[in-house]
Design a protein around this ligand. Structure first.
Ligand SMILES: Nc1ncnc2c1ncn2[C@@H]1O[C@H](COP(=O)(O)OP(=O)(O)OP(=O)(O)O)[C@@H](O)[C@H]1O
Length: 306
C-alpha cells in the first residue's frame, strides 16, 4: 500500500514562498480533498510531488521514494495537472498508446481506460477537436492507464458538465475503495464534500487543516434551525427569554442560530407553541472553508503588504 508523504516541504520562487514548511500524508483507501484559496500553493505542492519542480527544502515522496526514483512512474502514480497536455494532432487512442508503450503498460489498458472515461466512441478523433470536458476525461484516462496506486488530480471537474461531475465523484470513490491513495484539488467546496473523506487545506503555502471532512465542518460551523409556527410573536418572545440569537423573515419563519432541533423541540412543546416546521439547516463545507480561509486569502495578504 502506497501513500504520498510530504515532510517540511518548502518552495521559494525568488522572495515568494509558494509552499512553506508543509507536512501531511495522503494514505491509501481514501479520497483526500486538497483545498485553498488561489495562490495557496496546491499546484506547486502537486508539481513537487511529481518531481516537476525541486523543493527549496524538505521532501515529497511516494511510497517512501521521490518520484524521480520510480521506474515506469505511470505504473505507480497517475496525475492530471494540465488537461491541455495531449498533442492536438494525435487521436485519443494514439495518445494513450504512446504513453502505454513508453511506460511498459499492456496495450489492452488503452481500451479499458477509454471505456472507463466514456471516450470509447471518440477514441479515433484528433484531440484538438475535443471539448475541455473531453480533454479532461482524456487526462484522467492517461492518469489511470498504469493502474497506479497513487492518483493526483488537479481540478478534475474543470469543464465537466453535471453528468461528468457525477461521474468523477463516482470514479474517485471507486478508486479509493480499490485501495488507492487519491489527492484531488478543487475550488468547488460542496462538490469536494461529496467525494472526499479527508481534507488538507492550505493558506499562503501553510497547512491550515488536515482533518476528516465531517470534523472540519462540525468544528467550524454550528448549525442553524428553521422554525415556522402559527404564533410567530409568541415564538419570538420565547426565544428571546431563553437567550437565543434568532431572526424573523418576512414570511414569519424564524432562523435560530447555533441551535439544535432536539433542544428547541421540547421547549416549544412546553410553551404550547404549535409547530409547522422545525428543521436543522446543515452547515456546508463552503461555510466552514470560508470561515477558515477568510484571513488567509492571498488578496488579503497582498492588501496587508501594500
Ligand atoms: N513558476 C513559478 N514562478 C514564480 N512563482 C510561482 C510559480 N509557480 C507558482 N508561483 C507562485 O506560487 C504561489 C502558489 O501558486 P500555486 O499555483 O501553487 O497555487 P494554487 O493553490 O494552485 O492556486 P490556484 O488555486 O489559483 O491554482 C502563487 O503566489 C504563485 O504566483
Amino acid at each position: 500500500m502506497t501513500s504520498i508523504d510530504v515532510r517540511d516541504l518548502t518552495k521559494e520562487y525568488g522572495a515568494r514562498r509558494a509552499v512553506d514548511g508543509l507536512t501531511f500524508s495522503v494514505p491509501p483507501g481514501r479520497v483526500t480533498g486538497f483545498l485553498g484559496p488561489n495562490g495557496a500553493g496546491k499546484s506547486t505542492t502537486m508539481r513537487l510531488v511529481l518531481g516537476l519542480d525541486r523543493p527549496t527544502s524538505g521532501t515529497a515522496t511516494i511510497g517512501g521514494r521521490p518520484y524521480g526514483a520510480l521506474h515506469t512512474p505511470l505504473r505507480h502514480v497517475g496525475a492530471l495537472l494540465d488537461a491541455g497536455a495531449a498533442h492536438g494532432s494525435r487521436t485519443a487512442r494514439d495518445h494513450l498508446r504512446i504513453l502505454a508503450a513508453s511506460n511498459r503498460i499492456p496495450v489492452r489498458r488503452v481500451d479499458a481506460v477509454l471505456a472507463e472515461t466514456g471516450l470509447a466512441g471518440v477514441a479515433g478523433r484528433r484531440v484538438r477537436t475535443f471539448s475541455l470536458g473531453m480533454r479532461q476525461r482524456l487526462g484522467i484516462a492517461a492518469a489511470l492507464l498504469g493502474e497506479p496506486e497513487v492518483v493526483l488530480l488537479d481540478e478534475p471537474a474543470n469543464g465537466l458538465d453535471p453528468e461528468g461531475i457525477v461521474w468523477i465523484r463516482t470514479l474517485l470513490r471507486r478508486l479509493a475503495a480499490q485501495g488507492r491513495a487519491v489527492l484531488v484539488s478543487s475550488h468547488l467546496m460542496n462538490e469536494t464534500a461529496a467525494f472526499a473523506d479527508h481534507l488538507v487545506v492550505l493558506g499562503r503555502g501553510r497547512l491550515l487543516a488536515d482533518t476528516p471532512v465531517k470534523d472540519f465542518i462540525h468544528a467550524r460551523v454550528r448549525p442553524d434551525v428553521r422554525v415556522r409556527t402559527t404564533e410567530p410573536g409568541a415564538l419570538g418572545d420565547l426565544l428571546t427569554r431563553h437567550g437565543y440569537d434568532a431572526s424573523r423573515a418576512a414570511d414569519g419563519t424564524w432562523t435560530v442560530r447555533h441551535a439544535r432541533v432536539d433542544e428547541l423541540g421540547p421547549l416549544l412543546a412546553e410553551a404550547n407553541i404549535p409547530v409547522l416546521e422545525l428543521a436543522a439547516q446543515e452547515a456546508t463545507l463552503e461555510q466552514a472553508y470560508l470561515d477558515l480561509t477568510a484571513s488567509e486569502a492571498e488578496f488579503t495578504a497582498l492588501s496587508q503588504e501594500a
